[in-house]
Design a protein around this ligand. Structure first.
Ligand code: ASP
Ligand code: MG
Length: 404
């Protein structure tokens, strides 16, 4: 007998018909002795609607009250799904977070789940029932409703899997799993069968939209296997597993990209100790996250150029900050470019296969794609290229790293 947590996203529950179908899917899964705990998100669009309503009341809607409002989205889908299961002859019941309770800490709208009672629901499971738990919501230690941030029901599901010691957690969504790259960008994209937590986290931070990073982090810390799959197909999806359960046949698992970067270059910066610190100090103080940094070697030991990349929406602010320190560090000129994109190859298999960096650079060179900046970690290599070259870079790398 296994115990599983299954979570349904908003698109899987987007209409009454879809909810009825999800109920049938759960009923079918429940044929053996397995214990199933269901976690739901709000019906598609519901949370956005509620936020719109709140804005009509006030631009500064009280944060605690906003949580009460937003929690209704998941309250509604929990009841609808539970009632649909009962209608199909199953034993089911919904619980709200405060009834369990699922305790959170931290501020309203951005709380974090840290504890859950399991007594009543465990009893219900033993009696053959299918409990429905609303994702996204919790209750604070002073019993006020809380929510855990947009898209948070993934994290709820994984946290529930942890507290209930489930064997694994299935995330049902509207795509068949995680792909080697964005299928809308490249028709050769393939579904990945198995992937590690680390790779998923890298992919998420490098621009691939899969599931919430905090959900993957909870899974990684607690060794919970995740299966991301489609509600609308019987096919197996992608399993997100601990490293040890994977064998890496390929050096590269997937290719991510983001088109929200910009680069700034300071030309003619004095080559002296302390100058780099002076450049990056104001950026740090203003919460601007610098991604890639390149400093040229100065041929004469006197001056050099420093290039760094940031998020595109922080470009204006970064330029202003650099103008502010112009007299302090005395550089000659500032140039910037916001038509750049970052393309990254990710793969835990890289660690054991030498020559990946060369292969990536050579592939891009052969395609006549200029590399503007580079950054690497143990399991990823990112390059900055002209934005218009993004799709071409993805195609060539996808092919050369045997992902087609
Ligand atoms: N309903 C919430 C949202 O839309 C939580 C979720 O869907 O995961 O952000
Ligand atoms: Mg959602």
């Amino acid at each position: 007998m296994a115990r599983v947590v299954i979570k349904f996203g908003g698109t899987s529950l987007g209409s009454i018909e879809k909810i009825t179908n999800v109920a049938s899917l759960i009923k079918k899964k429940k044929t053996n002795n397995d214990e199933i705990i269901v976690v739901v998100s709000a019906m598609a669009g519901q949370t956005n609607d509620l936020i719109e309503k709140s804005k009509k009341i006030s631009k500064n809607y009280d944060k605690a009250e906003l949580d009460v409002l937003l929690a209704t989205g998941e309250q509604m889908s929990s009841s609808l799904l539970s009632a649909a299961l009962i209608d199909q002859g199953c034993k089911s019941r919904s619980w709200l977070s405060w009834q369990i309770p699922i305790i959170t800490e931290g501020p309203h709208n951005a709380s974090r789940i840290y504890r859950s009672n399991t007594d009543e629901i465990s009893k219900f499971l033993k009696s053959g029932g299918i409990p429905i738990i609303p994702g996204f919501q919790g209750v604070s230690n002073i019993f006020r409703l809380t929510t855990i941030g947009r898209g948070g029901s993934d994290a709820s599901a994984v946290a529930i899997a942890k507290f209930f010691d489930a064997d694994f957690c299935e995330i049902y969504t509207d795509v068949e799993g995680v792909y080697t790259t964005n299928p809308n960008m490249h028709s050769q994209a393939k579904k990945i069968d198995k992937i590690s937590y680390e790779e998923i986290l890298e992919m998420a931070s490098l621009g691939t939209k899969i599931m919430q990073a905090s959900a993957v982090q909870i899974a990684m810390l607690n060794n919970i296997s995740i299966h991301v799959r489609s509600t609308f197909s019987e096919k197996e999806g992608t399993k997100i597993l601990p490293d040890a359960k994977l064998d890496y046949e390929k050096s590269v698992t997937g290719i991510s990209f983001s088109k929200n970067d910009a680069k700034v270059t300071l030309i003619g910066v004095k080559d002296r100790p302390g100058v780099a610190a002076k450049i990056f100090e104001p950026l740090g103080q203003n919460d601007i996250n610098v991604d890639m940094v390149i400093q040229n070697i100065s041929p004469d030991g006197k001056e050099t150029d420093v290039t760094f990349t940031i998020k595109r929406d922080q470009l204006d602010q970064s330029i202003k900050l650099m103008n502010d320190i112009k007299t302090k560090i005395n550089y000659k000129k500032l140039v910037y470019d916001d038509k750049v994109a970052k393309v990254s190859i990710i793969g835990a298999g890289m660690i054991v296969s030498p020559g990946i960096t060369y292969k990536m650079f050579k592939s891009l060179a052969d395609a006549n794609i200029n590399i503007i900046a580079i950054s690497t970690s143990e399991i990823k290599i990112s390059v900055l290229v002209n934005e218009e070259k993004t799709s071409e870079a993805i195609k060539i790398l996808h092919k050369n790293f045997n992902l087609d």
